[in-house]
Design a protein around this ligand. Structure first.
Ligand code: PGA
Length: 255
Protein backbone atom coordinates (compact mmCIF):
# COMPACT_ATOMS: atom_id res chain seq x y z
CA UNK A 1 0.00 0.00 0.00
CA UNK A 2 1.06 3.56 -0.56
CA UNK A 3 3.11 5.37 2.03
CA UNK A 4 1.53 7.75 4.56
CA UNK A 5 3.57 10.93 4.90
CA UNK A 6 3.30 14.04 7.05
CA UNK A 7 5.67 16.71 5.73
CA UNK A 8 6.41 19.99 7.48
CA UNK A 9 7.19 23.07 5.44
CA UNK A 10 9.02 25.55 7.65
CA UNK A 11 9.05 28.17 4.86
CA UNK A 12 11.37 31.12 5.66
CA UNK A 13 11.14 30.73 9.43
CA UNK A 14 13.56 29.88 12.27
CA UNK A 15 17.20 30.87 12.44
CA UNK A 16 19.81 28.11 12.56
CA UNK A 17 19.71 27.51 16.32
CA UNK A 18 15.93 27.75 16.54
CA UNK A 19 15.61 25.23 13.72
CA UNK A 20 17.99 22.76 15.32
CA UNK A 21 16.30 22.88 18.69
CA UNK A 22 12.81 22.51 17.20
CA UNK A 23 13.96 19.55 15.10
CA UNK A 24 15.66 17.88 18.09
CA UNK A 25 12.44 18.16 20.08
CA UNK A 26 10.42 16.74 17.20
CA UNK A 27 12.59 13.73 16.50
CA UNK A 28 12.63 12.68 20.14
CA UNK A 29 8.85 12.97 20.36
CA UNK A 30 8.51 11.00 17.12
CA UNK A 31 10.82 8.29 18.44
CA UNK A 32 8.82 8.01 21.67
CA UNK A 33 5.28 8.42 20.37
CA UNK A 34 4.97 7.33 16.74
CA UNK A 35 3.95 3.72 16.36
CA UNK A 36 2.85 3.30 12.75
CA UNK A 37 4.67 2.99 9.44
CA UNK A 38 4.17 6.65 8.54
CA UNK A 39 7.07 8.89 7.60
CA UNK A 40 7.66 12.41 8.94
CA UNK A 41 9.51 14.75 6.59
CA UNK A 42 10.84 18.15 7.65
CA UNK A 43 11.46 20.59 4.80
CA UNK A 44 13.70 23.32 6.16
CA UNK A 45 15.51 26.30 4.70
CA UNK A 46 18.77 25.26 2.95
CA UNK A 47 20.85 26.60 5.86
CA UNK A 48 19.57 23.92 8.23
CA UNK A 49 19.61 20.91 5.92
CA UNK A 50 23.01 19.43 6.64
CA UNK A 51 22.63 19.63 10.42
CA UNK A 52 19.10 18.23 10.38
CA UNK A 53 20.25 15.26 8.33
CA UNK A 54 23.02 14.62 10.87
CA UNK A 55 20.57 14.87 13.79
CA UNK A 56 18.09 12.54 12.08
CA UNK A 57 20.59 9.67 11.73
CA UNK A 58 19.20 6.61 13.47
CA UNK A 59 15.64 7.98 13.45
CA UNK A 60 14.17 5.86 10.70
CA UNK A 61 10.74 7.55 10.67
CA UNK A 62 12.20 11.01 9.97
CA UNK A 63 13.48 12.41 6.68
CA UNK A 64 14.68 15.83 5.63
CA UNK A 65 13.85 17.85 2.54
CA UNK A 66 14.46 21.22 0.89
CA UNK A 67 11.76 23.67 -0.20
CA UNK A 68 13.05 24.45 -3.68
CA UNK A 69 15.88 23.62 -6.08
CA UNK A 70 17.21 25.30 -9.19
CA UNK A 71 16.34 24.04 -12.67
CA UNK A 72 19.92 23.84 -14.00
CA UNK A 73 22.50 21.29 -12.91
CA UNK A 74 25.19 23.85 -12.06
CA UNK A 75 26.75 27.01 -13.42
CA UNK A 76 26.70 30.79 -13.26
CA UNK A 77 23.46 31.28 -11.30
CA UNK A 78 24.56 33.44 -8.42
CA UNK A 79 22.71 32.71 -5.21
CA UNK A 80 20.97 29.55 -6.38
CA UNK A 81 21.13 26.03 -4.91
CA UNK A 82 21.24 22.89 -7.06
CA UNK A 83 19.53 19.55 -6.59
CA UNK A 84 22.95 17.92 -6.48
CA UNK A 85 24.00 20.11 -3.56
CA UNK A 86 20.82 19.27 -1.68
CA UNK A 87 21.36 15.58 -2.29
CA UNK A 88 25.00 15.84 -1.25
CA UNK A 89 24.10 16.80 2.32
CA UNK A 90 21.81 13.80 2.61
CA UNK A 91 18.39 15.37 2.12
CA UNK A 92 15.89 13.04 0.45
CA UNK A 93 13.00 15.26 -0.58
CA UNK A 94 12.42 18.60 -2.25
CA UNK A 95 9.18 20.57 -2.40
CA UNK A 96 8.56 21.82 -5.95
CA UNK A 97 5.84 24.12 -7.22
CA UNK A 98 4.62 25.42 -3.88
CA UNK A 99 1.99 28.08 -4.55
CA UNK A 100 4.20 30.72 -2.91
CA UNK A 101 6.91 29.92 -5.49
CA UNK A 102 4.34 30.04 -8.27
CA UNK A 103 2.88 33.31 -6.99
CA UNK A 104 5.91 35.32 -5.78
CA UNK A 105 8.64 33.91 -8.01
CA UNK A 106 6.67 33.37 -11.20
CA UNK A 107 7.26 29.63 -11.35
CA UNK A 108 5.27 28.14 -14.22
CA UNK A 109 4.33 24.55 -15.01
CA UNK A 110 7.00 24.50 -17.73
CA UNK A 111 9.72 25.63 -15.35
CA UNK A 112 8.54 23.14 -12.74
CA UNK A 113 8.74 20.32 -15.28
CA UNK A 114 12.46 21.20 -15.65
CA UNK A 115 12.98 21.39 -11.89
CA UNK A 116 11.30 18.00 -11.50
CA UNK A 117 13.62 16.45 -14.09
CA UNK A 118 16.75 17.81 -12.42
CA UNK A 119 15.58 16.81 -8.93
CA UNK A 120 14.84 13.24 -10.07
CA UNK A 121 18.11 13.02 -11.95
CA UNK A 122 19.85 13.78 -8.67
CA UNK A 123 17.86 11.20 -6.78
CA UNK A 124 15.69 13.62 -4.80
CA UNK A 125 12.02 12.79 -4.31
CA UNK A 126 9.90 15.78 -5.34
CA UNK A 127 6.85 16.73 -3.30
CA UNK A 128 5.07 18.33 -6.24
CA UNK A 129 2.45 20.92 -5.24
CA UNK A 130 -0.68 21.74 -7.17
CA UNK A 131 -3.82 23.66 -6.28
CA UNK A 132 -6.27 26.29 -7.43
CA UNK A 133 -6.77 29.87 -6.26
CA UNK A 134 -10.02 31.10 -4.74
CA UNK A 135 -10.86 32.92 -7.98
CA UNK A 136 -10.35 29.74 -9.97
CA UNK A 137 -12.55 27.73 -7.59
CA UNK A 138 -15.28 30.36 -7.67
CA UNK A 139 -15.17 30.27 -11.47
CA UNK A 140 -15.49 26.48 -11.26
CA UNK A 141 -12.12 26.01 -12.96
CA UNK A 142 -10.46 23.95 -10.22
CA UNK A 143 -10.58 20.59 -11.98
CA UNK A 144 -9.14 22.10 -15.16
CA UNK A 145 -6.36 23.87 -13.25
CA UNK A 146 -5.37 20.70 -11.39
CA UNK A 147 -5.38 18.74 -14.62
CA UNK A 148 -3.14 21.21 -16.45
CA UNK A 149 -0.73 21.46 -13.49
CA UNK A 150 -0.34 17.68 -13.64
CA UNK A 151 -0.16 17.46 -17.42
CA UNK A 152 2.34 20.27 -17.86
CA UNK A 153 4.34 19.76 -14.66
CA UNK A 154 4.81 16.00 -14.28
CA UNK A 155 2.99 13.92 -16.89
CA UNK A 156 5.96 14.16 -19.26
CA UNK A 157 7.79 11.75 -16.92
CA UNK A 158 8.30 8.09 -17.73
CA UNK A 159 6.52 5.79 -15.32
CA UNK A 160 9.74 4.71 -13.55
CA UNK A 161 10.37 8.37 -12.69
CA UNK A 162 6.78 9.34 -11.91
CA UNK A 163 6.53 6.69 -9.19
CA UNK A 164 9.17 8.56 -7.16
CA UNK A 165 6.92 11.61 -6.77
CA UNK A 166 4.71 12.64 -3.92
CA UNK A 167 1.83 14.89 -4.99
CA UNK A 168 0.52 17.59 -2.65
CA UNK A 169 -2.88 19.16 -3.25
CA UNK A 170 -2.89 22.59 -1.65
CA UNK A 171 -5.82 24.87 -2.44
CA UNK A 172 -4.22 28.32 -2.42
CA UNK A 173 -7.17 29.78 -0.54
CA UNK A 174 -6.50 27.41 2.36
CA UNK A 175 -2.77 28.11 2.76
CA UNK A 176 -1.96 30.09 5.88
CA UNK A 177 -5.52 31.42 6.07
CA UNK A 178 -7.00 29.22 8.79
CA UNK A 179 -9.65 28.18 6.25
CA UNK A 180 -9.24 24.46 5.62
CA UNK A 181 -10.86 22.69 2.70
CA UNK A 182 -13.63 20.47 4.05
CA UNK A 183 -12.75 16.81 4.04
CA UNK A 184 -15.30 16.32 1.24
CA UNK A 185 -13.80 19.10 -0.88
CA UNK A 186 -10.28 17.72 -0.38
CA UNK A 187 -11.33 14.11 -1.01
CA UNK A 188 -13.10 15.14 -4.22
CA UNK A 189 -9.92 16.64 -5.64
CA UNK A 190 -7.68 13.85 -4.37
CA UNK A 191 -9.91 11.27 -6.05
CA UNK A 192 -9.78 13.34 -9.24
CA UNK A 193 -5.97 13.48 -9.09
CA UNK A 194 -5.82 9.71 -8.68
CA UNK A 195 -8.15 9.22 -11.66
CA UNK A 196 -5.93 11.45 -13.79
CA UNK A 197 -2.83 9.50 -12.72
CA UNK A 198 -4.61 6.23 -13.51
CA UNK A 199 -5.57 7.50 -16.96
CA UNK A 200 -1.94 8.39 -17.66
CA UNK A 201 0.05 5.64 -15.89
CA UNK A 202 -2.50 2.95 -15.04
CA UNK A 203 -4.42 2.02 -11.91
CA UNK A 204 -1.54 0.37 -10.09
CA UNK A 205 0.67 3.45 -10.28
CA UNK A 206 -2.29 5.59 -9.19
CA UNK A 207 -2.99 3.32 -6.23
CA UNK A 208 0.62 3.56 -5.12
CA UNK A 209 0.96 7.36 -5.40
CA UNK A 210 1.01 9.24 -2.11
CA UNK A 211 -1.19 12.34 -2.35
CA UNK A 212 -0.95 14.85 0.51
CA UNK A 213 -3.39 17.57 1.50
CA UNK A 214 -2.04 20.98 2.52
CA UNK A 215 -3.67 24.18 3.72
CA UNK A 216 -4.35 25.10 7.36
CA UNK A 217 -4.00 21.50 8.45
CA UNK A 218 -3.75 21.16 12.25
CA UNK A 219 -4.09 18.48 14.95
CA UNK A 220 -7.85 19.13 15.17
CA UNK A 221 -8.78 18.75 11.50
CA UNK A 222 -6.10 16.23 10.44
CA UNK A 223 -7.93 13.10 11.70
CA UNK A 224 -10.99 13.77 9.54
CA UNK A 225 -8.93 14.78 6.50
CA UNK A 226 -6.57 11.81 6.75
CA UNK A 227 -9.51 9.42 7.14
CA UNK A 228 -10.56 10.15 3.55
CA UNK A 229 -9.73 7.26 1.23
CA UNK A 230 -7.54 9.27 -1.15
CA UNK A 231 -5.76 11.51 1.36
CA UNK A 232 -2.44 9.96 2.34
CA UNK A 233 -1.10 12.61 4.69
CA UNK A 234 -0.41 16.30 4.84
CA UNK A 235 1.91 19.13 3.91
CA UNK A 236 1.93 21.28 7.01
CA UNK A 237 3.01 24.93 7.17
CA UNK A 238 2.16 26.87 10.34
CA UNK A 239 1.57 23.83 12.54
CA UNK A 240 4.98 22.40 11.60
CA UNK A 241 6.64 25.20 13.58
CA UNK A 242 5.33 23.75 16.85
CA UNK A 243 6.73 20.38 17.84
CA UNK A 244 3.60 19.29 19.75
CA UNK A 245 1.25 20.17 16.90
CA UNK A 246 3.41 18.64 14.18
CA UNK A 247 3.97 15.39 16.04
CA UNK A 248 0.27 15.15 16.90
CA UNK A 249 -0.49 15.38 13.18
CA UNK A 250 2.11 12.68 12.44
CA UNK A 251 0.46 10.52 15.11
CA UNK A 252 -2.89 10.53 13.30
CA UNK A 253 -1.47 7.51 11.42
CA UNK A 254 -0.45 5.67 14.59
CA UNK A 255 -1.56 2.05 14.69
P1 PGA B 1 -0.30 26.16 6.18
O1 PGA B 1 0.70 26.00 4.96
O2 PGA B 1 -0.40 24.81 6.85
O3 PGA B 1 0.31 27.20 7.08
O4 PGA B 1 -1.62 26.58 5.63
C1 PGA B 1 0.69 24.85 4.15
C2 PGA B 1 1.75 24.99 3.07
O5 PGA B 1 1.94 26.10 2.58
O6 PGA B 1 2.42 24.01 2.69
Amino acid sequence: MRKKIVAGNWKMNLDYNEGLSLFSEMINMIRDEVTGKQEAVVCSPFIHLHSLVQLSKGYDKVSVGAQNAYQAESGAYTGEISAKMIKSVGAEYVILGHSERRQYFGETNDLLAKKTDVALKNDLKPIFCIGETLQEREANQHFGIIKSQLQEGVFHLEEDQFVKLVIAYEPVWAIGTGVTASSDQAQEIHAFIRIEIAAKYGQEVANNTTILYGGSCNPKNAPELFAQPDIDGGLIGGASLKSRDFVDIVKVFNQ
